[in-house]
Ligand binder design. Structure first.
Ligand code: ARG
Length: 719
């Protein structure tokens, strides 16, 4: 951390009223929040949590890959993160012969650690740029304002990174655009794969147990950051050395009990806690059910191929897991939003707001304007979901759709040869990537089914009519027109045909593109949307942003003292959440304990099952009660997972769970089903974070994996 420029006076942090809700900005905790942390059990000084000039806890926290968190746990750049965060890299490093995903892997020494294409980012500095942005925007509105905003942000980013590929900058909007921070990161690109338990441990329980407590998943994997000899971030090079970090977390193997302090540092991706009631209704009525239905369809076809062939399983595993994760999430979100009447509760609050806003020109129409805005967009929402999750849910069509930039380059007046060449090169890279991940069998079925669902479910007035007329012309009704059509597309597109592709890239023309059946199909839907509905969506969004900013400002004014929890919504910037290890009551008469143990893992075991199988060695070690120093004296067993009251969301995956002394006790990896409405409304009684116990992590490395040398790198504390 070099230098930080934040004007504290501008910060809109207020009192918190509810237990454990809040994703706080660690550099701006404020006395109130810090005092509350201490009351809950924190033993560290504020400057140990976050310091500009000295090494502190926050220096051990990284953005892992594109959307996860990791933590540094040794003085040699060792990183712990979730198994599901390392999943893509593990699958990529695997082959049918050396199947690390299935069998696990531990590098015997550093020379055996495996190169990946992952990156890891350390937060370098933060600057409050609200005034710069406000000054630049002046009194602009609408599209002009959006364009200017983009310009200002890209200038700020350029200035901050100076084009250095090992720096990344981003402007983050806080409190719905009432404040802006510039974040600058150091990007490390030599990240090596150190080890993982087998998938039967790392993803134990699969999608059946995903988003659920009780839970028995060993959701962790291990990587390492390498730098140049003088400690600089770099691309992969054999000559690079393990990073000497500014700070790393000690690891605690002390037993846990109900009520223990727990703090989670990391990068929560997105929440929308001040979403308006109409937004909740749009989710439960249209957006979520559409997404769930379409993903359900896609997953079914992918799964059918994956269980047949280990090579296909490796190929599709990562993409399948990502689709399945949010398929179950959005299904559960709908159920919980309805169960707890989140819509009704938001309505009640909006009525209070309206009473307060009466006669205040700035605020009195916000809620009504929101309703109008949602009403205007609502008829098109399903169309948008079916395009994104259905039609573009076919990997072939998503790839073919990306050729539109090629068509744009070709169509440009006085198109420069070098620009066309650039676009062709980009398409070639995209093709290589596409083919590597493509399973034609499942994709062809997805395409046929998506085309049919779009026709049956989306408002006929909004469909690309000519496309469907042509489709029915080209095949008879008996032979299932959608299947026949999809088969033709797969047969004739240049995407799979090296000779056709080569001929096209040697002499790219607009006609050739437009004659390709995959491109034709993709653009029929994309152009229809772009021409008729994209501007409606843009207007809906920009109006929502405008209203959101004013609404939040109003809420703060309405009750400045006990205003709701005034932490900004999650936006993939570093946050700290604090709470306790705590049991809960999921339903009448049922109490869920704070931990799950190895006994529970064994109870769920089903030999050769896709989700609940176990390695024989695991069973043997359990039967021998060989838990080493990691057994919990209270449970006389190995604790596998535990729960806390922390407020986290997707993006926090892999985040360190830290005790009152600043020691690592686990890794956050999931949320519980009863609180899946958490993006839109935090439930103070039911919300729990599910964590893998670090004692189980160490046991899996040392006893199950036989990689004690990795445990020896850590600073393990037992007192
Ligand atoms: N629900 C977890 C999260 O979003 C991901 C768990 C991955 N496991 C799975 N079975 N898909 O962080």
């Amino acid at each position: 951390m070099k230098k930080i420029l934040v004007s504290l006076s501008l910060v809109l942090i207020m009192f918190r009223t509810y237990a454990d809700e809040g994703m706080w900005l660690p550099m701006l905790l404020g006395q109130q929040v810090y005092n509350d942390m201490v009351k809950k059990g924190l033993k560290l000084k504020p400057e140990q949590l976050y310091s500009i000039n000295n090494a502190s806890l926050k220096d051990a926290i990284v953005i892992f890959g594109g959307g996860c968190t990791g933590e540094i746990v040794s003085n040699q750049g060792l990183i712990f993160t979730n198994h599901h965060c390392g999943y893509g890299a593990i699958a990529k490093a695997s082959s049918v012969e050396n199947n690390y995903l299935r069998d696990g892997f531990w590098a015997a020494d550093k020379s055996k650690e495996i190169q990946t294409s992952l990156s890891v980012q350390f937060l370098n500095r933060i600057e409050d740029v609200t005034q710069k942005i406000e000054a630049g925007l002046g009194s602009l509105t609408g599209a002009e304002r959006n364009a200017k905003m983009q310009q200002i942000q890209s200038d700020l980013i350029k200035e901050a990174t100076g084009g250095n590929e090992f720096k990344r900058a981003v402007v983050a909007s806080m409190f719905k655009g009432n404040q802006y921070f510039l974040y600058v990161y150091d990007v490390h690109k030599d990240i090596r794969f150190v080890g993982t338990p087998p998938e039967s441990i790392g993803k134990y329980g699969g999608d059946t147990d995903n988003w659920e407590w009780p839970r028995h998943t060993g959701d962790f994997s291990v990587f390492r950051v390498y730098t140049t000899k003088d400690g600089q971030p770099a691309n992969y090079d054999v000559a690079n050395v393990p990073m000497t970090p500014k700070y790393f977390l000690p690891v605690s193997i002390k037993p846990l009990k109900d009520g223990d302090y727990s703090m989670i540092y990391g990068y929560p991706g997105s929440t929308n806690r001040y979403e308006i009631s109409d937004g909740v209704k749009l989710s439960t009525d249209i957006n979520n059910p559409s997404l769930v239905k379409l993903r359900d369809m896609r997953l079914k076809y992918m799964y059918a191929e994956m269980i047949k062939d280990p090579a296909v399983k490796l190929q599709l595993a990562s993409s399948y897991a990502g689709i399945a994760n949010y398929w179950k999430f959005f299904d559960g979100e709908t159920k919980q939003l309805l169960k707890y009447d989140v819509y009704g509760n938001k309505k009640k609050f909006e009525n209070e707001f309206n009473n307060w806003a009466k006669g205040k020109a700035e605020y009195e129409n916000i809620v009504a304007d929101y309703a109008k805005n949602y009403e205007a967009w609502r008829p098109y929402a399903k169309h948008r979901q079916y395009l994104n999750e259905g039609i573009m849910g076919s990997p072939l069509l998503a790839f073919a759709g990306s050729w539109m930039s090629l068509e744009n380059a070709l169509n440009k007046k006085d198109a420069k040869a070098e620009d066309i060449e650039k676009a062709v090169k980009a398409a070639e890279r995209a093709r290589a990537n596409f083919l590597e991940n493509e399973n034609k069998k499942s994709d062809q079925k997805i395409l046929a089914h998506a085309l049919s669902l779009f026709m049956t479910d989306v408002d006929p007035a909004q469909q690309p009519k000519e496309f469907y007329t042509d489709l029915f012309k080209s095949s008879s009704i008996e032979e299932n027109p959608f299947k026949k059509y999809a088969a033709d597309v797969f047969e004739n597109t240049m995407a799979f045909d090296d000779a056709k592709w080569k001929a096209f890239t040697a002499k790219p023309t607009v006609e050739a593109l437009q004659n390709d059946p995959a491109y034709k199909t993709a653009t029929a839907f994309i152009n229809n949307y772009n021409k008729n509905y994209a501007s409606k969506f843009a207007a809906f969004n920009s109006k929502n942003n405008e209203l959101g900013k004013a609404y939040l400002k109003g809420i703060m004014e309405m009750d400045p003292v006990k205003a709701k929890m005034m932490y900004p919504d999650a936006n993939f910037t570093m946050r700290v959440s604090y709470g306790n290890v705590k049991s809960y009551y999921p339903k009448d008469a049922v109490k869920y304990d704070i931990v799950c143990t190895m006994k529970g893992v064994m109870d769920k075991y089903v030999k050769d099952d896709y989700e609940f199988d176990l390695p024989q060695k695991f069973i043997d070690l359990y039967n021998a009660k060989d838990f080493g120093r990691y057994a919990d004296p209270n449970y006389k067993d190995l604790v596998v997972n535990f729960i806390t009251t922390n407020d986290i969301t997707g993006g926090n995956s892999g985040s360190p769970v830290i005790n009152g002394k600043g020691e690592l006790i686990g890794l956050a990896f999931d949320g519980n089903y009863e609180a899946l409405s958490h993006k839109l409304a935090f439930d103070k009684d039911l919300n729990r974070t599910i964590c893998v116990d670090v004692r189980y992590v160490l046991w899996c490395i040392e006893k199950l994996g036989g990689a004690k040398h990795i445990v020896d790198e850590l600073n393990v504390v037992s007192k």
